[in-house]
Design a binder for this molecule. Structure first.
Ligand SMILES: [Zn+2]
Length: 485
């Protein structure tokens, strides 16, 4: 049984499918994942306790207390940690302490949920009269999206329904409120619900989640957030500046744009919508050609955490949020599966080793939010941005650390895919990958050593093909059968 992100439905319109099973067993990424499993993820509950996230859930459950923290999206840190922990538990099912933490937080979320399914502590505890009134800033659908992704991960990893039940109750509530002929015709200022609803559809088979995802994508660009948004930042910040299908380049807040496009790719995969697919391909080209750093980092501007103009990529003023690199990887992987083209996995590789991995220290306990290519701390013009380019234990706005955790915990599933013809290796990490009816074992010292040994352990009875991505940077390679073969 697959336990990673993206369990496509049998009818999905993609060139490739994620591996049926994937394990990274040794080498570069195994070391990073071990630190993630043994340091980063275990410290999560204590960090969430210190930052007030868990107190907020208790306050909502007990209907008393004050909201801790500055942001309406505090709950999403809990959801993202739960998603990371769930993928991790799939890897280490004997980790009783991790399982206990997951169970405890799941129960806390269930107890904080309102009878009608609503769940966001900022509005439950601090502003109950403003529920669904501030879609530009409120992050309610964003938090719901992360809750859904956590629930899908938990269900796939454990087969248990507790968290999925919470997420579905919230989704039912959202579906009762949002729609063309319902109480609210609106979208969230921070995309995320779109990709999450497609995953919920994949996990439950309920078509209305796919329809709702399509609704949220196509209602952007109609000015539905105008009453609520800060004109200084412009509509692109909220991804409300254009009809998605008519967009010509990535724009605005980078994480918002890329979460939205992950959802667009998911929708195209499950519906076969050719126009959405063409949109995703067009925007990816614009990003990769002119709005991506050498590191794979994206979102050049501090102002609005935004994409700049094409080729506006200052190294020392790069914002390049860790979350944006993660979102780029998530979107590019979806595009690789959708189209079968290697260029998407080339960008995943570049981003994984550079713009993403700089976001966490080797200790697994220190983090970067912004990832400039050059730090000028100490020079005359040094500013807050330069000071931000030092790793710290946690953030007031702590979106990045649990995001790193969930990507590293689910990383094996970005390595390989399968189709009717055979198995495709996209990234090279020592491990075992089952796809397309075959099983291959990879052994490599990559990226320090370019030698990659692939052993076919199981092959389908019919003819099949083993495909290996030749990295775009690699101008010279040789393929050789082992001695005696
Ligand atoms: Zn972040």
């Amino acid at each position: 049984m697959r336990t990673g992100p993206l369990r496509l439905t049998p009818q999905a319109h993609t060139a490739l499918r994620p591996a049926d099973a994937a394990r990274i067993t040794d080498g570069f990424w195994a070391a990073r994942r071990r630190t993630n499993a043994e340091v980063s993820i275990p410290q999560g509950p204590a960090r969430l306790q210190e930052a007030g996230n868990l107190a907020n859930l208790r306050a909502a459950a007990q209907d008393t207390g004050v909201f801790a923290g500055d942001f309406p999206f505090q709950d999403s840190d809990v959801h993202k940690w739960l998603e990371a922990a769930s993928w991790q538990l799939a890897d280490r099912s004997d980790d009783a302490e991790l399982a206990a933490h997951i169970e405890e937080l799941t129960a806390l979320l269930a107890s904080a949920q309102e009878a009608d399914g609503y769940l966001q502590t900022y509005y439950q505890v601090a502003h109950p009269d403003r529920r669904w009134q501030e879609l530009g800033w409120g992050h309610e659908l964003y938090c719901a999206g992360h809750l859904i992704q956590a629930a899908v991960a938990h269900h796939r990893a454990t087969g248990r329904r507790e968290l999925l039940d919470v997420a579905e109750r919230f989704a039912v509530h959202i579906d009762s409120v949002f729609g063309p002929d319902k109480r609210i015709d609106g979208v969230c200022g921070h995309p995320e619900i779109e990709t999450a609803l497609v995953e919920l559809y994949r996990e439950t088979g309920e078509p209305r989640w796919l329809d709702l995802a399509g609704y949220f994508v196509d209602r952007r660009g109609h000015g539905l957030l105008d009453a609520d948004v800060n004109p200084h930042l412009g509509r692109a910040y909220w991804q409300d500046h254009t009809l998605v299908r008519e967009a010509t380049s990535v724009a605005g807040h980078a994480v918002r744009q890329l979460y939205l496009l992950a959802g667009v790719a998911d929708l195209a995969a499950e519906t076969g919508d050719a126009q959405l697919r063409a949109t995703a391909e067009r925007l990816w080209e614009a990003m990769a050609a002119g709005k991506t750093y050498l590191t794979g980092g994206v979102g050049a501007r501090h102002e609005g955490e935004a994409f700049g103009e094409p080729y506006e990529l200052p190294p020392d003023r790069a914002y390049a949020e860790t979350c944006a690199a993660i979102a780029s990887i998530q979107w590019s992987w979806r595009m690789a599966l959708l189209t079968g083209e290697a260029k998407y996995s080339d960008l995943v590789e570049r981003t994984l080793y550079n713009g993403f991995l700089s976001g966490v220290g080797l200790d697994g306990d220190s983090w970067l939010y912004v990832n400039p290519l050059q730090v000028r701390e100490g020079y005359e013009g040094a500013n807050e941005a330069d000071k931000a380019a030092r790793r710290t234990p946690w953030f007031r706005c702590a979106c990045c650390p649990p995001n790193v955790m969930r990507l590293l915990a689910s990383l094996p599933h970005y390595m390989a895919s399968g189709d009717a013809e055979g198995v495709q290796l996209h990234q090279y990490a020592t491990g075992v990958y089952e796809a397309g009816g075959g099983r291959v074992r990879v052994a490599t010292g990559y990226p320090w050593d370019g030698r990659i040994a692939v052993t076919v352990e199981e092959a389908p009875a019919a003819d099949w093909t083993l495909s290996l991505r030749i990295p775009a940077w690699c101008g010279d390679f040789t393929a050789a059968a082992p001695d005696g073969a």
